[in-house]
Design a protein. Structure first.
Length: 162
């Protein structure tokens, strides 16, 4: 799943063995603000010195609001094309989003984090910050592991720290 943020639009690309899908949506929402709010919602309470309980509630609410908004805009339009294992290539402000923590919907019980419908709950989410690098890694021919005893000893001696 690749993203590109243009001047007026955000472009999505989903590529897997079965499909290549692209979508464009208008960048008519406060993406950077939502990303900042998501970050504060996730970390604000835990990084504050002697935080009051009210900050915990405020941060939780910020997280839920921004995580559902970002999911609705950045994942929902293309989720049906996304496999269980997904590599995300973000662009710009999207690089600061932990996509697996985005929420498909607002939870019924805000205090039950284990019941939240996280995007990454039933899938493996990985990141690569360059589409070119991702392509090169996928096309790279890997050397087979050594099969004889001599080359095994040579390889293990390089990792010995003693």
């Amino acid at each position: 799943m690749k993203y590109f943020i243009g001047a007026r639009d955000i472009f999505f690309f989903v590529e897997n063995p079965a499909v290549f899908y692209e979508k464009k949506i208008p960048a008519d929402f406060p993406l950077e603000k939502w990303v900042d709010t998501l970050g504060h919602g996730l970390y604000g309470y835990y990084t504050a010195t002697a935080p009051p309980r009210s900050l915990r509630i405020k941060c939780r609410n910020e997280y839920v609001r921004s995580a559902t908004n970002l999911y609705r805009k950045m994942i929902a339009p293309i989720e049906k094309y996304i496999e269980n294992g997904v590599v995300i290539v973000p662009d710009g402000a999207l690089s600061y989003i932990p996509f697996e923590a985005l929420l498909r919907k607002k939870p019924d019980s805000l205090d039950r984090f284990d019941l939240y419908d996280y995007f990454g709950k039933n899938r493996v989410v990985s990141y690569c910050y360059s589409a070119t690098l991702l392509r090169e890694l996928r096309e790279k021919k890997h050397d087979p592991p050594p099969t004889d005893r001599k080359s095994t000893r040579l390889n293990s001696s390089h990792t010995d720290i003693s």
